[in-house]
Design a protein around this ligand. Structure first.
Ligand SMILES: NC(=O)c1ccc[n+]([C@@H]2O[C@H](COP(=O)([O-])OP(=O)(O)OC[C@H]3O[C@@H](n4cnc5c(N)ncnc54)[C@H](O)[C@@H]3O)[C@@H](O)[C@H]2O)c1
Length: 276
């Protein structure tokens, strides 16, 4: 089989391999011939090149996980782990942004020209364009602890954590895209539509099924973890060699439908809580 995506023999790291999109991503990358190293705080049943228990809430655990990879080059990083808004806000901020950023910064010295990073953001973070100065202040904090100190000093801004954490994945991706490309490294993120994963039950409980269903239009169904993995695998592939700093909707047309008035947002607008 030809290797247009360029994953054969490539060393990649995937977080969140226990379930959902991360699990699907690791499985597909293995099928494409990549050497897949999985991180999660829960065990994985996948057959991977290596699996390491890493808790993204803990910088020491992240550093130990990366040290276990040795000094070999890392070609791709897939930041798939995340927590929904039902968890304590600071834990959500740690996993969805601070730990994800710390892992990326710890792995970056192992990356070089042609390497790529893809993270999962969320339409829940679309408020970013309303407060870029705040996002910029937060994402430019230096290191895990400084970022945590910022969160503790700004509880009203971080609120329940989910929307703010995802806003910052979006802004950080665009910001870093302009810097890492100088070294030939790309970074992008995705905006999934509602996806049938274990996290969905939490979104239904937090936002209401009717609100989540409204975000599944115009396709009229939830996406699968494999469909979301497809977007991530594409972004980090050789075929996407000029795609950088992009926030890619992987949503069956939701964002386009909203922009052109083809999706009825009234059900979503009735509630202020962030959706998936
Ligand atoms: N499911 C959706 O509809 C949807 C929509 C938009 C965005 N997202 C985002 O997609 C990403 C993947 O979520 P999913 O839907 O596959 O849910 P999921 O719950 O199946 O996967 C989340 C993964 O993150 C891991 N994880 C959680 N806390 C961790 C920690 N402290 N350290 C290491 N790993 C940890 C979990 O063990 C799990 O494997 C998340 O970032 C989520 O916010 C999901």
């Amino acid at each position: 089989m030809s290797d247009y995506l360029g994953y054969k023999g490539k060393r990649v790291v995937v977080t969140g391999v226990f379930s959902g999109m991360g699990e699907a991503t690791a499985r597909i990358l293995t099928e494409l011939g990549a050497e897949v190293h999985g991180f999660d705080y829960k065990d994985s049943n996948l057959s991977l090149a290596s699996f390491t228990k890493v808790d993204l809430r803990d910088p020491a655990s992240i550093e130990a996980g990366v040290a276990g990879l040795g000094n070999g080059r890392i070609d791709g990083l897939f930041n798939c782990a995340g927590l929904p808004q039902s968890f304590p806000a600071l834990d959500v901020m740690k996993v969805n942004f601070l730990g994800t950023r710390h892992l990326t910064e710890t792995i970056l010295p192992l990356m070089g020209e042609g390497s790529a990073i893809a993270s999962i953001a969320s339409t829940g973070g679309l408020g970013w364009s309303r407060r870029i100065p705040t996002n910029m202040e937060f994402i430019t904090t230096k290191g895990f602890q400084a970022g945590l100190d910022w969160c503790e000093a700004n509880p009203e801004t971080i609120d329940s954590g989910y929307a703010f954490s995802k806003e910052n994945v979006i802004v950080w991706t665009q910001f870093l895209g302009a810097h890492l490309i100088k070294k030939g490294i790309r970074i992008n993120c995705t905006l999934p539509s509602p996806t049938q994963t274990p996290m969905m039950a939490e979104f239904h409980a937090a936002s209401g099924k009717d609100v989540v269903d409204a975000a599944a239009e115009p396709m009229g169904r939830y996406s699968t973890p494999e469909e979301q993995a497809g977007g991530l695998v594409l972004l980090n592939s050789a075929l996407a060699s000029i795609i950088n700093g992009v926030v890619l909707p992987v949503d069956g047309g939701f964002m386009g439908g909203v922009a052109t008035g083809q999706v009825d947002l009234s059900k979503m607008m009735k509630r202020a809580a962030p959706t998936a």
